[in-house]
Design a protein around this ligand. Structure first.
Ligand SMILES: *[C@@H]1O[C@H](CO)[C@@H](O)[C@H](O)[C@H]1NC(C)=O
Ligand SMILES: *[C@@H]1O[C@H](CO)[C@@H](O)[C@H](O)[C@H]1NC(C)=O
Ligand SMILES: *[C@@H]1O[C@H](CO)[C@@H](O)[C@H](O)[C@H]1NC(C)=O
Ligand SMILES: *[C@@H]1O[C@H](CO)[C@@H](O)[C@H](O)[C@H]1NC(C)=O
Length: 421
């Protein structure tokens, strides 16, 4: 395909929706008024349990303590990344004599409560993983048959966040099972953010999830497949959320969030451009920002992307609007936008394909949905650079790199000169 200015003539304009966050009744545990930010073991550390062969990367107390310390000393907590969450593979293969959950004591010699206390002493919040079924995805004991007991155990460990997976269970039970676990958590009296995999399994099985019920039960929920450390995976998730935004966005907002899965920036699979793209699009989607990366070895460029102040502010904007894909241009360039407080709007243009050289784009402000004000100030998001003042009848011209890079920008009503002086 030849890239040229005629590209812009081939716009397919999707319906632009300025206020798609309808009031829906939702879980009221007071938590996660903004998308959660944190760090989770899964993508980078998976289910490595052999600490003899992998002393520095097995799922263990030592790994969690080390990464927690780096979340603080590396400036991540100050930027908002406050939850540290252990995913699957922390459990002992069997429950204790009284039926309660227990960790693998070879890897967690001081138990979970001591680890949770240490995490809290650093100013972080502590999250853990379980599964609604008979076993977790990796084959450890699940909560089925022990909901109340396990909720009490988590509360006694001062857990702040529970990710509840859906392996080894009957999907037909989820519509009652996930709410039962929420009731059990609520009954402990401890506010515990509740991350559900409920709709992800239903979407995959072509069962239509009841997002109304889900948003009344869960603080966040995985909608679709697990992310992997590759651009193919990240791009397919972006497209799935774009294709399904109309039915997802009404349920998205303070206290209840759709979750496209972890940020994989800083690992093996994404280029710097693709890393910018994931972070920029997750910010626009107001998605949970849950890192999964080895903070001991993360590169400076990846760290800068993860800590970008403007992207985090867009993600954490108090309105909690789920951004939308508003344009699809020739050659698969897509533009997303998100309404922010104070009449600002954030945009991301993504050029997902390999092409070899940057392309020039030229988009009418009206095609970006802008027109309420006569003039807008444009800023590049990553570096917060002023890109000029545009009239609502103008075109915005920019270049964008190929192979999964983005141009991120935000706009606000132009400041009138006399006010500036
Ligand atoms: C697992 O639990 C069993 C039964 O409580 C116990 O005997 C065993 O030592 C535990 N193993 C580990 C590795 O924690
Ligand atoms: C339990 O649910 C009630 C009713 O929604 C809510 O007011 C309360 O804050 C919840 N408590 C906890 C600990 O989540
Ligand atoms: C979806 O859940 C809501 C809230 O629990 C309920 O009122 C409604 O009947 C459910 N819809 C369907 C189709 O089951
Ligand atoms: C933007 O591009 C359009 C189309 O190529 C061109 O007509 C216009 O002059 C450009 N605007 C600016 C400010 O460069």
């Amino acid at each position: 395909m030849k890239w040229s200015q005629h590209a812009i003539n081939c716009l397919i304009v999707f319906i632009l929706c300025d206020s798609c966050f309808h009031q829906v009744s939702s879980l009221e545990n007071g938590l996660l008024r903004q998308p959660p930010m944190g760090w989770l073991t899964w993508q980078r550390f998976r289910c490595v349990t052999d600490c003899h062969q992998n002393p520095d990367s097995c799922i263990s107390e030592k790994l969690i303590r080390t990464q927690a310390e780096l979340l603080v000393s590396g400036g991540y907590l100050a930027a908002g990344y406050e939850y540290i969450i252990i995913d699957d593979c922390w459990l002992n293969q069997t429950r204790a004599a009284d039926g309660s959950l227990q960790p693998d004591f070879d890897r967690f010699p001081n138990g979970i409560r001591a680890l949770s206390d240490y995490v809290h002493s650093l100013g972080l919040k502590f999250g853990i993983y379980e599964d609604y079924g008979t076993q977790t995805c990796a084959g450890f004991p699940g909560v089925l048959g022990h909901l109340e007991q396990d909720a009490k155990t988590f509360a006694s460990w001062n857990v702040d966040y529970l990710k509840l997976d859906g392996c080894n269970a009957d999907i037909k039970d989820f519509d009652t099972g996930y709410p039962s676990m929420e009731n059990a958590l609520n009954a402990t009296g401890r506010p515990i953010a509740y991350s559900c995999s409920w709709p992800a399994y239903q979407e995959y099985s072509k069962i239509k999830p009841n997002y109304s019920a889900i948003s009344q039960t869960c603080n966040l929920w995985r909608n679709w497949g697990d992310i992997d450390d590759s651009w193919d995976s990240v791009y397919s998730i972006i497209n799935w959320f774009g294709d399904n935004q109309d039915r997802l966005s009404p349920f998205h907002g303070p206290g209840h969030w759709n979750d496209p899965d972890m940020i994989v920036v800083g690992n093996y699979g994404l280029s710097p451009g693709q890393s910018r793209a994931q972070m920029a699009l997750w910010s626009i989607m107001a998605a949970p920002l849950i890192l999964s990366v080895d903070l001991r070895t993360i590169s400076d460029w990846a760290r800068e992307i993860i800590l970008n102040k403007n992207l985090i502010a867009i993600n954490q904007d108090p309105l909690g609007a789920m951004g939308r894909r508003i344009l699809k241009l020739d050659g698969d360039v897509q533009v997303w936008s998100k309404s922010l407080q104070d009449d600002r709007t954030a945009f991301v243009a993504l050029f997902p394909q390999p092409y070899g050289t940057p392309i020039h784009m030229s988009i009418l402000l009206t095609d970006l949905g802008l027109g309420r004000f006569d003039e807008y100030d444009f800023f590049e998001t990553f570096h917060d650079e002023f890109h000029g003042k545009y009239h609502k009848t103008d075109r915005y011209n920019f270049t964008i790199n190929p192979a999964g890079d983005v141009h991120a920008f935000y706009v606000e009503k132009a400041v009138i000169k006399s006010q500036k002086l």
